[in-house]
Each structure stands twice: as C-alpha cells, then as structure tokens.
Design a protein around this ligand. Structure first.
Ligand code: MOS
Length: 723
C-alpha cells in the first residue's frame, strides 16, 4: 500500500528508537567493490548487438539558422547509415524540466557548438568523419553579443527587499561598496555524457547517465512525442553529475530518434570537447555587494546585486543571492538580479547553484567590512546573526552557525592570526581566512518500495547514485528500521520501472529518498506489529527476529513470502512554518609567493551543522569534495570563451583547471556538529552535497587578502591578479 506523508505531521522518531546502530556509521560504500573492479556498468558500457554509432554535428556560427545540410561530401564514407536532421530535431530546442536545458538539436542556432544533427554509421570513426565533413549552410544573424559585459539585451529583475536599504545605508557610519566578478564554471564530471537507445515496438529503453530519472523519462517522452509509459530509462551507475546530468541531454534524444529510424540500437557518446561545448555550464557573474554598519560592527544595511547570463529563451538564472538573503540581519536589505542574453553555451545548475558563486563575493565583502571596522571577521559574523529569516520572518529550524564559527576558530588556531601581511616564511606570505557556509534545504517528492523477506530486504526506487552514496545510505535506513545487517539489504536503483524518487540534485536526494525509504520500512514495522498483536512502538526487530506481545518469532517463520510496502513523501520547502538550511564555517590558510603570485592552500577546516548524519564517511567525502571545489573556484577554475564567437576555448581537463592532488593540502579537516532538524523531514537530515562548496572559496580568498594585505575581487585569483 502507498501512503503519502506531509511535512506538517508530527515527527516520527523511530529511526532513533530502533537502536540498531547502523545509522550514522562510517560504512564503506556498498557499490565500491563493483566500481573499483570495473564491473559496474556505466551508460556507454554495454553495447547491444547490431548497435550503430552516432556523433553529434554541431553549429559553427554563434546565432542564426541552418538552411541546408549537404551530404555530398560524405557520400563516399563506408558504413555511413544516415544523417538525422528530421523535423523533430529541427524544431526549437525544448526546455528541459529539470535543468532548463535545450534537450535536443535544432535548426535554430543559439550558440557556437550547439548540436544541429546526428551522423550515424557502423563505426564511431565513420560517424565522426561524417559529422566533420558534412557541409552545413547557415543564415547568420548580425550583431550577436557573446560577452555579458557588452550585452544590450538585459532583463532587470524586480528588487527583493525588506526594510529600507537606501536610508539604512545612507545613515550607516561605515560602508563597503565592492564589485566582484566570477568566471564561468564547468561541472567537469569524469564520465562524459552518453546514451544508448533501443526500441522494442513502441517502447524505448535509454541507457544513460542522468541524475533525475523520473523527470528525465517525461523529458524524453515529450521530446519524442510519445507516452511516458513507453519510456524506460536505466542509469544504475553515474560517473559524477554536479548538475550537468539533471536534465536529459541532446545525445539521448538524438540516440532515440536515430534508433527508431534505423530499427537498431544506437549509441551516442559525447567527446570531452562536446561536453564542454554543449552541456550546461555555470554562468559567469558580476556582483556588487554593499554593507552599511555602525562603528561597533552592527550591520544596518545589506545589498547584493548580480548579473548572470543565459541564451535567449532559457528560463534558468543562477540564484546568486540565495544565501545573502538569510545569513545576516539588517534594518534594510535589497537584492536585484540582471539577466544578460548572450550567445554562449546555455547556463544551468552546477553544484550549489546560487550559493557557490554568490557566497564568494558576499563573504569576501564581509571580510572587507571586518577589516574596515577593525573587528575580527569571526566576531563580526557572530554579532550579526539574525533571530529570524531577515526577508520572511520565519524562525530557523536548526542553525548552529555560531557554534560552527566558534568551534572552528578554536580548532584552527584563529587567535594566532595576527595583522594582515604580518607573517612571512622566506618568499612566502602566510594568511588565514574565514567564511560562513550556508545552503538552503529542500524536499522533492519521492517514493520507495521496500520488500521484507524472512532472510533480508530489498529497497526499490528509481533514485540515482551519482557517486554520493545513495546505495549505501538507503540500505542503512532500511537496515536500521528492519533490524538487519547491511549485507542483508539489497538496494535497487536507477530504473524508471521502479517507484519514482527525487533523483540526485540540489542536496535533496538523501533527504527525500531517505525519507520515503524510512516511511516504507516504518509501514512494514506496523504490519509486523499487527501480525504479532502488539502496538508498533513496542515492536523490536533485531537480527531477523521479531519481538512483541511476549512473543519472539524469527522472520523466516513469521513471513510467508514477503511483506511489500510503498511510501512517498511530498515535496516542498520542508515544513513551511520554518526556514531550513545547512550552515557551517570554513577556515583556510594559504601561502602566497611574493614574486610570482602563486597561491598554495596549506590547510582547510570546515565545521558544519547539517542535520542528522546518515553515514559519517560518505558525508565527510561530500563535504571534502565541496571544499576542493571551493579551492578550484578561488584559484584555478575558469571557462574561457572566444570573444568573437562565444566558443569555449578551454574544452578539456588540461585547459580547464580543476584542482589536482598537488593543489589540495593533506590537511583538510571536516567536523560535523551534532544536529537534528525536526522541521526538515521525517529523518531529520539536511542536504550535504553542496554545503561544502558554499563559502569555501571565499575563505581561501580572504586568506589571500590577509596574507598579502591587498584585495583581489576577480575570481579565480590567478597569479597575475594576486601580484
Ligand atoms: Mo546539483 S547542481 O542540483 O546536481
């Protein structure tokens, strides 16, 4: 039976009361052995018999229309099967549901490198040859802008305000008015985007690498103009997503169309260059942060304005000021966003959309304010934590930001920090920086089915594991509730034939799919209690033995075949009465070479309060990974676009610099403060995947300013900017 749970109900705490000790333990990932032994199948791995190979043909203009595709030059290619540019491919790019991505190639060109057709052949080499030698004619549009700072098509949003910023700012004794820029970022997932499509009559199966299968199924059905019941998507293992696989990609639609047309399976794998050219990137930003404060450090006015970009017609605009709206209090707050329409690859969600870039500028400006006031940056933050959400007036559900700042300062040795440019080791200037971390917390509708047999359980949902640990934590939730060792819980994910989950994204995966798994297992407990004839809160389940009503029965005797229960949780911003967010504090120590401007991060510490920890090891890995992204955004990560065409110049992992091992210090510490969020969801967790990146880069940036005594306001802090 399926039951729906709403967040305004009284909170069940049974996850604590079972006392099995499986929840929270730093268990190894259950999918680990398959991944490291190469036996976990990824999207492009299982090539079906008779499969053909497709390669995306991409536009070589910045904006305009495809007028003709001449196949003359490729007629002699052996094994060429077709060039697919049929009507469905030549209509406008459709908006993806999850990622606002153009999900299929189209004749209308919005950016250089956009997919416009698919070349299909017996071999990958022949298909690539055809894709490169096709003669495509265009009608090009004049006066197209590829640079956001030059864009004339600007959509200025309405200011979001509370109180009167202008008056509060004008009356402030000390003010800051600083302008920042951040570079466009790539998700840079290890596994390139890939799809294999197979048809059986009217039904298509897509093997792909995607984050939100329930939504992706609908996207594919919409793109093909078929019933969603005729679509099955399989995505059991995913080599990273970071937002780039939230929405269905053009290669998936193209593979499905070509497979239908040819009556045989088709595989389309993007090259690394394709991924950089085509997949949603994070917008570049220009940001202006203004603070007004009294001399004693009480903030009176906060304003954070930003400019982001996207191609024409796309709905996504990076929510840059998301955390700026709830971190600190003031008499007047004001936030305004401007969206520039330009011809560069479209923008979308990349890890922590909003906070990841917004907090770089906002928290760097806080550091400037602290310096101008002559107040310790930790003290300034502690002094300005509001009682309630400054914009909505909601109480916070759980917020240990003050504890994170204090605990972190103590552990990091913050008291020894000293004045700016006061520490030196030879040619190296040493500095320390701090920044708050915050990432708002959500729930997305999610369903799970749990089967309990005498000898173990099976968890079934179309949830994905993008390398984050879903297989493991969902197993832990079920094992805890059903009194089973983790080895006795089989977790089946990544198949749209299973109950529809939230998918992985926005740090909502563990909250949402974890909650529905908990609720389904709880229903099973109620069933067993009924069978024993005891109230469900008096039931004990341990080592496959059920105890209750003075009876002790092995599950093998109690359960004839299996007990099957399904449960779902509603989506939304957790309990509406409260505001739920993860919080934390990042600390960084850097060394800056006085002559070359090279920055080395020496150590980092993140102290975080992020609700109940389901698995101490996978949580720590997420936090660490996020902090490493922080190093990247502060120091090295920058997508460069050719100013003439908008084409991506840094199209591989040699030219787009994610931090490598040598860039990351050995001393990376993560501390979790104990916390339960009663208002977040039935398992009292909060999002973990994105809190680590949010604010981390600002801590590094602030450490550079402390080391050198000078401010850089353009991210990343490349050596020529630092010196
Ligand atoms: Mo995340 S950027 O919502 O995968």
């Amino acid at each position: 039976m399926t039951r729906m749970f709403r967040m305004d109900e009284a909170q069940p705490r049974l996850l604590d009361e079972t006392g099995q000790g499986v929840i929270g333990k730093p268990l190894d990932r259950t999918d680990g052995p398959r991944k490291v032994s190469g036996t976990a199948p990824y999207a492009a791995d299982g090539l079906p018999d008779g499969a053909a190979h497709g390669v995306l043909v991409r536009a070589t203009i910045s904006r305009g229309r495809v007028t003709d595709i001449d196949q003359g030059p490729i007629a002699d290619i052996p094994g060429l099967l077709c060039v697919l540019a049929d009507e469905r491919m030549l209509r406008n790019p459709a908006q993806g549901m999850a990622g606002a991505a153009p999900v299929q190639p189209g004749a209308e060109v919005h950016y250089y490198g956009q997919p416009i057709a698919l070349a299909v052949a017996e071999t990958f080499e022949a298909a690539r040859d055809a894709a490169q030698r096709l003669k495509v004619s265009y009608e090009t549009e004049d006066g197209v802008e590829t640079r956001p700072d030059m864009a004339s098509e600007l959509e200025v949003g309405d200011p979001e305000t509370a109180g009167d910023f202008d008056t509060a700012f004008a009356e402030s004794e000390v003010t800051i008015d600083s302008h920042f820029t951040t570079a466009p970022h790539a998700a840079a997932a290890m596994e390139p985007h890939a799809s294999i499509a197979e048809w059986d009559g009217d039904t298509v199966t897509l093997h792909s690498s995607l984050q939100m299968l329930r939504f992706n199924k609908k996207e594919l059905a919409d793109s093909l103009g078929i019933d969603p019941d005729n679509v099955r998507i399989l995505s059991p293992f995913i080599g990273g997503g970071f937002g780039s696989k939230l929405g269905l990609g053009p290669e998936g639609v193209a593979a499905a169309l070509a497979a239908k047309k040819l009556g045989r399976p088709v595989r389309v794998v993007m090259t690394r260059q394709n991924v950089f050219d085509v997949v949603l990137r994070r917008t570049e930003t220009a940001q202006r942060v203004r603070f007004g404060a009294d001399k004693d450090g009480k903030i009176r006015a906060i304003s954070h304005d930003d400019r982001v970009s996207n191609i024409e017609g796309e709905g996504f605009a990076e929510p840059v000021t998301q955390a700026s709206q709830f971190l600190y209090g003031a008499d007047g707050l004001s936030f305004t966003q401007t969206l520039a329409r330009i011809s560069r690859a479209p923008t979308g969600s990349v890890r922590a959309p909003g906070e990841a870039v917004g907090m770089l500028a906002f928290e760097a400006a806080m550091d400037e304010l602290a310096e101008k006031l002559g107040i310790c940056p930790v003290e300034l933050r502690l002094k300005n934590l509001p009682e309630t959400h400054p914009m909505t007036g909601q109480p916070y559900s759980a917020r240990r930001l003050a504890d994170c700042l204090k605990d972190g300062a103590e552990r990091f040795g913050w008291a020894d920090r000293g004045a700016p440019r006061s520490r030196r080791e030879g040619d190296w200037l040493i500095g320390m920086g701090v920044a708050s971390a915050a990432r708002s917390n959500t729930l997305v509708p999610s369903a799970t089915r749990v089967r309990l047999k005498g000898d173990g359980a099976v968890v079934e949902t179309d949830m994905t594991d993008i390398g984050t640990g879903s297989y493991t934590i969902l197993g832990q939730v079920a094992a805890e509730m059903l009194g089973l060792p983790i080895e006795k819980v089989e977790v089946r994910l990544g198949d749209t034939d299973l109950p529809g989950a939230s998918g992985s994204g926005g740090s909502f995966g563990a909250n949402s799919a974890g909650s529905s798994t908990f609720l389904a297992a709880k229903q099973i407990r109620e069933k067993i209690a009924e069978m024993l004839g005891c109230p469900s809160d008096e039931l004990t389940l341990q080592n496959r033995i059920a105890r209750g009503a003075n009876r002790e029965v092995p599950l093998t005797e109690l359960i004839e075949e299996e007990i099957v229960e399904e449960a779902s949780i509603e989506g939304g911003k957790t309990a509406e009465s409260h505001f739920s967010s993860g919080f934390g504090a990042h600390f960084a120590e850097v060394a800056v070479n006085e002559w070359t401007g090279e920055v080395r991060v020496r150590r980092m510490l993140g102290v975080m309060s992020m609700g109940r920890i389901l698995n101490e090891k996978t949580s720590r890995s997420q936090a660490l990974g996020g902090m490493i992204w922080g190093i990247g955004s502060a120091l090295t990560e920058e997508m460069s676009h050719d100013p003439r065409t908008g084409h991506v110049v840094t199209r591989d992992l040699a030219n787009y610099h994610v931090p490598a091992h040598a860039d990351v210090p050995g001393d990376m510490q993560v501390v979790f403060l104990e916390e339960r969020d009663d208002m977040a969801n039935p398992i009292q967790t909060k999002g973990i995947g994105e809190l680590g990146i949010s604010g981390a880069g600002a801590a590094v940036f602030n450490a550079i300013a402390h080391a050198t005594g000078a401010r850089v306001r353009d991210f990343p802090a490349l050596p020529d900017r630092v010196i």
